[in-house]
Design a protein around this ligand. Structure first.
Ligand code: GDP
Ligand code: ZN
Length: 344
């Protein structure tokens, strides 16, 4: 399941058994251990010490547990320090972080060589991968649908400098061996990309069987239909593990929700020519934006959505700060209570 010497070295409590979190549902975990698949919960002490969601186990975590194989159960006492973490905003009206998956070594960022190809999106995928602590590999899929994959490769290279890029086609098997060559023993992989780009097809080729359900999409507009898959951690036949959860696949939904998928470089460039630095582009003299809207250089509706996005981002930031302050307070309160109890 991806266990290696690095994890072995992190163990301090040798009386416990290591296991990997396969699924999580309402704080009930399926844990893969050497003694088989067990159902587990965190211990009372663990729950008492946990402050926020990220203190709880997530898919991909290595945990140390007290196991009762005869009952098929386990009690989780500790999470081994994570090497990477992918998170997103929790659903609903909150800025709470929701961990999607952890301990991923390499992320395959899949972008199809059709209408899906978008360098700005690739930039964002690369950024969130670096931020997570994992390493990216770019996969340009559906090469059979593209007249000049070489030109697209050069474009992708211009934003993904130094990152390995592979051109694949699940139709004729191009590039699959190269993709396999990135998977070393004990490595954990995740596959990220828009719906319909061929993620399941690539995973199938790696698994050598039809484990994942592929779904039909309309090739004419490149829009995929939505299917639901189960959170899963798949063992590859040769080596390595794949984490394929809806959360990992849907990571891009969050950015489009918060509007980050729009790039407003053109507007920002024009705004630099406004007479006043802090111009609000309302009725200030010498406003380059008003001028550009009047002469049709910028669409009014595009400018409106830019303003809306700015507001949303500012709001999100204020909210996050408040939330962080609260969490920090809570944390210190808990620590000082524990210390008081200790010295009493
Ligand atoms: P996912 O949503 O990213 O998992 O995409 P799927 O693997 O389910 O693929 C979506 C559709 O694209 C299916 O109809 C596949 O048969 C098709 N597809 C996948 N890979 C390729 C490819 O390399 N070339 C072509 N032409 N179609 C592909
Ligand atoms: Zn202005």
């Amino acid at each position: 399941m991806g266990w290696n010497q690095d994890w072995e070295n992190k163990i301090s409590k040798t009386e416990l058994t290591p296991g990997r979190i396969i699924t999580e549902h309402k704080h009930i975990y399926r844990i893969q251990t050497e003694q088989g698949l067990l159902i587990g919960e965190v211990s009372g002490k663990f729950r008492h010490q946990a402050i926020s969601r990220e203190d709880y186990p997530a898919v991909g975590d290595w945990v140390m547990a007290d196991i009762r194989p005869e009952e098929g159960k386990a009690t989780i006492h500790e999470i081994l320090p994570r090497i990477s973490k992918f998170s997103r905003k929790a659903p609903g009206d909150t800025t709470e972080e929701q961990i999607v998956a952890v301990n991923i070594d390499t992320v395959f960022l899949v972008m199809a060589l059709n209408q899906d190809f978008n360098l700005r999106r690739l930039e964002r995928y690369l950024l969130s991968t670096w931020e997570s602590g994992a390493n990216p590999v770019v996969i340009l899929s559906k090469a059979d649908l593209c007249l000049d994959p070489g030109a697209k490769l050069a474009e992708a290279e211009s934003v993904a400098m130094g990152v390995p890029i592979t051109i694949t086609s699940a139709k004729n098997g191009t590039g699959i061996e190269e993709v396999k060559s990135y998977i070393k023993e004990g490595m954990t992989i995740a596959v990220m990309g828009s719906s319909g780009v061929g993620k399941s097809s690539i995973i199938n080729s790696l698994l050598g069987e039809e484990r994942m359900l592929t779904h039909e999409i309309r090739e004419d507009d490149g829009k995929g239909k939505h299917t639901t898959t189960h959170r899963e951690l798949l063992l590859l036949p040769e080596q390595g593990v794949i984490i394929d959860t809806p959360g990992m696949r849907e990571l891009q939904l969050w950015e489009s929700e918060s509007g980050l998928s729009h790039s407003f470089q053109d507007i920002e460039q024009i705004a630099e020519q406004c007479q006043f630095r802090d111009c609000r582009h309302e009725s200030e003299p010498g406003c380059a934006i008003s001028r550009a809207i009047n002469n049709g250089e910028i669409d009014q509706s595009r400018f409106d959505s830019y303003v809306k996005l700015q507001r949303e981002l500012a709001y999100l930031e204020r909210k996050t700060n408040k939330k962080e302050q609260l969490l920090e307070k809570k944390k210190w309160k808990k620590i000082s209570q524990q210390q008081k109890a200790h010295y009493r």
